[in-house]
Design a protein around this ligand. Structure first.
Ligand SMILES: C[S@@+](CC[C@H](N)C(=O)[O-])C[C@H]1O[C@@H](n2cnc3c(N)ncnc32)[C@H](O)[C@@H]1O
Length: 336
């Protein structure tokens, strides 16, 4: 009987790291950026990105089989998606997250069993200090981290700029803004809005460079801010993207209370994250994010939209609603 049941899905999942690493190496080696300039035959592409001839054709054809490249008359080119999202020279590049996956997360995930046994993070920092304190010591690493966040969050930032009724509001503050991926998308789509990016001191130059590149320095500014010490400035809308999952429940509640205290009557809190579906059965990416947070932080965890809506109601928010954003992200909105 068991022979009639297809085993392929299990084997493919068990070997999924091989496909994943093929993509991560292609980003690292600049395959998509090289091909965005012009289609190339395998020898020229191999020389451009500096790889050995032995497996070059298999590597490029694997990318064809993975639907990331096309091959016509012996010349390789990017698929539409790869060209838009994986060419480093385009503003739509989301490879920052893949670069961080390649450089850090891929190795860290090798210690998942240990993290599950002990409950302790398995990154290069361990439980000694918070990842952001560690990143603060190396500005270049912090910059790479914030770029990875933009890669992760750009589709959600665009979706939130489109789905939330920004036309009713004038001011907003983005808590833990990183490079400013969300503020930039909101400001681009809604000319009446001005915003503040709130984050730790090392993020300021990274935010200001990114905002300047988008020509928005007159409407978006940075404010040095520590979630554990400082009040959130008075604004109409407060956003928190991929923030709550990084900390323990008491901190999550504390951050929501901080937002409530900062808002005036009618003000709005918007929380978005890779929220787990309420039935806890479907959103694989939400669970993978929560396991990443296990590996990266001492006490963080991901949560469902219903959990988040409950925390907002506990703090006094009304008209709380949850909505799908894009991909694995959802958002929860509450009004003071
Ligand atoms: C996971 S990233 C999310 C970035 C961005 N909101 C997004 O959705 O892509 C978390 C952000 O929180 C910031 N952060 C960490 N600890 C903080 C603290 N104590 N106070 C303020 N921001 C903090 C980090 O610098 C980082 O930019």
């Amino acid at each position: 009987m068991t022979q009639e049941i297809d085993h392929n899905a299990i084997v493919r999942l068990g070997m999924a790291y091989a496909e994943s690493k093929t993509l991560l190496s292609a980003v690292e080696l600049g395959v998509f950026t090289a091909l965005a300039r012009e289609p190339l035959d395998w020898q020229t592409l191999r020389e451009r990105i500096g790889i050995h001839p032995r497996a070059a054709r298999d590597f490029f054809d694997a990318l064809v089989a993975l639907r990331l490249l096309r091959r016509e008359d012996g010349r390789y080119s990017n698929t539409r998606e790869a060209d838009l999202y994986l060419d480093k020279t385009k503003k739509s590049y989301i490879g920052g997250m893949l670069e961080m996956s390649n450089a850090r997360l891929y190795g860290i995930w090798g210690s998942l069993s240990e993290a599950l046994r002990t409950g302790a993070p398995q990154n290069e920092i361990g439980a000694r200090e918070d990842i952001f304190t560690w990143l603060s010591k190396t500005p270049e690493k912090y910059r790479e981290f914030t770029q990875a966040m933009t890669g992760l969050s750009l589709p959600s930032a665009r979706a939130l700029a489109a789905k939330f009724p920004w036309d009713r509001y004038k001011t907003f503050a983005d808590v833990g803004t990183a490079q400013g991926g969300l503020p930039v998308q909101v400001a681009l789509a809604h000319p009446q809005v001005t915003g503040i990016g709130l984050d730790l001191p090392p993020v300021q130059p990274v935010f200001e460079d990114y905002v300047r590149e988008h020509g928005l320095a007159d409407r978006l500014r940075f404010q040095v801010f520590d979630l554990f010490k400082d009040p959130i400035p008075k604004v109409d809308v407060i956003t928190m993207g991929h923030i709550l999952h990084g900390w323990k429940l008491a901190d999550k509640r504390g951050f929501i209370k901080k937002a409530y205290d900062a808002l005036s009557e009618g003000g709005v809190l918007v929380v978005y994250d890779a929220m787990i579906d309420d039935e806890r059965r479907e959103n694989v990416a939400g669970f993978m994010m929560s396991l990443t947070i296990l590996l990266e932080t001492p006490e963080g965890f991901d949560y469902t939209s219903a959990d988040c809506a409950g925390w907002l109601r506990e703090q006094g928010f009304r008209d709380v609603r949850a909505e799908k954003l894009i991909g694995s992200d959802s958002f929860v909105v509450g009004v003071k």
